[in-house]
Design a protein around this ligand. Structure first.
Ligand SMILES: Nc1ncnc2c1ncn2[C@@H]1O[C@H](COP(=O)(O)OP(=O)(O)OP(=O)(O)O)[C@@H](O)[C@H]1O
Length: 216
């Protein structure tokens, strides 16, 4: 078992309102982790703390044994990718451009165009769709592009917030399969907030949040 991210005694509050209470979680390379729980239980907040978007003040989060708050944040951003329910692509740019832009931001070297095409192929986007504006792609295709973008900086952890939330059932199933495949075939650590029961069934490890606490 190779732990990549470990959170211990994490507490988090918005203004003075406690949202996360003494959270203990650990995430492994090559595994799919689902974070589930009722609406308002703190799932998205936990994901944003783990992904470095929100800063924790109490407890610790270690990425590969190093305290997250002391890490170079741009390095952590590069080694992690995030996908959202609403895809969050730059809609007037093509699939390829969306990925190249992410590589530019991550200061990735080498032939970015070729790498972008390889990533799009990996996530199942056909060549005929590579140069179309993202807005013209279906929801499922946009989510595939968003996954390719999340991988563009060679991320080791993929955070996902309700990645199937805006997709029909069949397309959602395909996205779940794709994310599971990233873990099993490419050794990525997938951490996914979800209400989707199918995701829960496929996950290797499930954390259930209720009122900002993890049930054990
Ligand atoms: N930016 C914010 N400022 C203040 N309170 C917030 C903020 N974001 C979320 N909250 C509150 O934190 C609590 C947890 O919200 P969070 O979005 O993490 O829950 P969730 O489990 O992801 O919910 P859902 O399943 O509905 O998305 C809620 O009570 C919410 O109102």
């Amino acid at each position: 078992m190779e732990l990549i991210l470990v959170g211990k005694h994490i507490n988090f509050a918005y203004n003075q309102t406690p949202i996360l209470n003494d959270i203990n979680v650990q995430f492994e390379q090559g595994k799919v982790h689902a974070i589930i729980g009722p609406s308002g239980s703190g799932k998205t907040t936990l994901l944003s703390v783990l992904s470095g978007i929100s800063k924790y003040k109490e407890g610790s989060i270690e990425y590969k044994g190093e305290e997250l708050s002391k890490l170079n944040q741009s390095k952590y951003r590069k080694e992690t990718g995030i996908i959202f329910q609403n895809f969050n692509l730059i809609t007037y740019l093509s699939a390829v451009q969306n990925i190249v832009v992410a590589m530019d931001i991550g200061s990735i070297k080498g032939n970015k165009l070729e790498k972008a095409k390889a990533l799009l192929t990996q996530v199942g986007i056909k060549e005929e769709d590579w140069y179309r504006p993202a807005a013209k792609l279906s929801g499922g295709q946009q989510q595939r592009v968003a996954i390719a973008r999340a991988l563009a900086t060679d991320s080791e952890i993929i955070f996902a917030d309700e990645p199937t939330g805006n997709l029909d059932s069949k397309t959602g199933q395909e996205i779940i399969r794709l994310l599971c495949n990233l873990a099993s075939e490419h050794n990525k650590c997938v951490i996914c907030v979800t209400h989707d029961m199918r995701f829960r069934k496929k996950a290797d490890i499930v954390y259930t949040l209720s009122d900002g606490t993890i049930d054990t």
